[in-house]
Design a binder for this molecule. Sequence first.
Ligand code: PLP
Length: 396
Amino acid sequence: MAAPNPYVKRYLMTAGPTPLPPEVELAMAQPMLYHRAPAFIEVYARVLERLRGVFRTENDVLVFASSGSGAMESAVANLVRPGERCVVASCGKFGERWAELCQAFGGELVHYDAGWGNKVDPAELDATLARAGGARVVFTTLSETSTGVVNDVRALADVAHSHGALICVDAVSGLGAVPCEQDEWGLDVVVSGSQKALMAPPGLGLTSVNERALAHAAEQPGGRYYFDWTRTVKGQRKDPPDSPFTPAVSLILGLDAALALIEEEGLERVLERHRLLGRATRAAVKALGLELFGPDDDGANVVTAMRVPEGIEGARIPKLMRDKYGVTIAGGQGKLKGKIARIAHCGYFGAFDIVTTIAALEMTLSELGYELELGSGVAAAQRVFLEAGVAAGRVA
Ligand SMILES: Cc1ncc(COP(=O)(O)O)c(C=O)c1O
């Protein structure tokens, strides 16, 4: 294969990190601020308030200087004691991370694995909880980025609560791309990260915790320090709010700008834009005669996963697309390595990011020997956008 073209224009189409709006880049280019000075405290207080808006909650959203996995670790460190039974309901690589974390913290794990590409089934979770008996926390995933599957966490929350358990949801790639009504759906803990639909760089772990979960954590102190929720809540509830440790100042400035953009567009419209991007991508994939991986779900707004066609070496698709055409998509992870390709549409994306990506995918597949009609996937995506009125500016 030819050497990568260093002059090609680059398009980042992965599910995190995602592209940054210029407003976010500019906000982070400001001179460094002292985190106890009014100029930063004002931004910090605003970010904490704005986060409530995207989490759809009145809870405290705890901000850690970590990736999304740090926010996940904070949940397990605060909710699971050695020997305590906990249930993980997973359907892919990131759900399995909950299981690994529970084991790392000495929990007695009961794992319901729905299988990669499937949704977590509320009835199966119900049966698992009945079998497990006495589990105090259920860990699951809103958007399983490794497969593109989006779970019905509202139904899963009802099941967890009917067994007296708390539910803790990984919304690292889902928050801001698919509906996630923390308070209305009764989600006790929701964790996320800055680098996906929230349009900021990697490095902020976000954990929204309700009173019940905070009380559960406070009942069993120890076994954590930086990630201790009680300590962070105490700081963040001060007036003005204070961070117990040096916060990631520049990232918080960037997140503030990103959240302002989400507020301006309106969360409803942001979610609708993501729905359309997903719909157009799936239409394009199907028009090219490719098979979607997982269910053909109109709510799969985050990532579109497709099976690699017979006879093509899977890893060559993202490599050729990146090196020759400048479009970075993701391949499969873990057991799906080489078997699927994933186009992300969570974050700062609009219709023409999808059109460009599908055009590059068509050229790539054609070059790799897959028979297709150039433009057929692009046209299918265009039709979705046209029908939705993208030309009238409804979608960014
Ligand atoms: C659903 C999901 N959970 C957890 C993570 C882990 O986040 P991070 O890589 O920021 O630690 C990711 C990252 O891709 C994710 O998509």
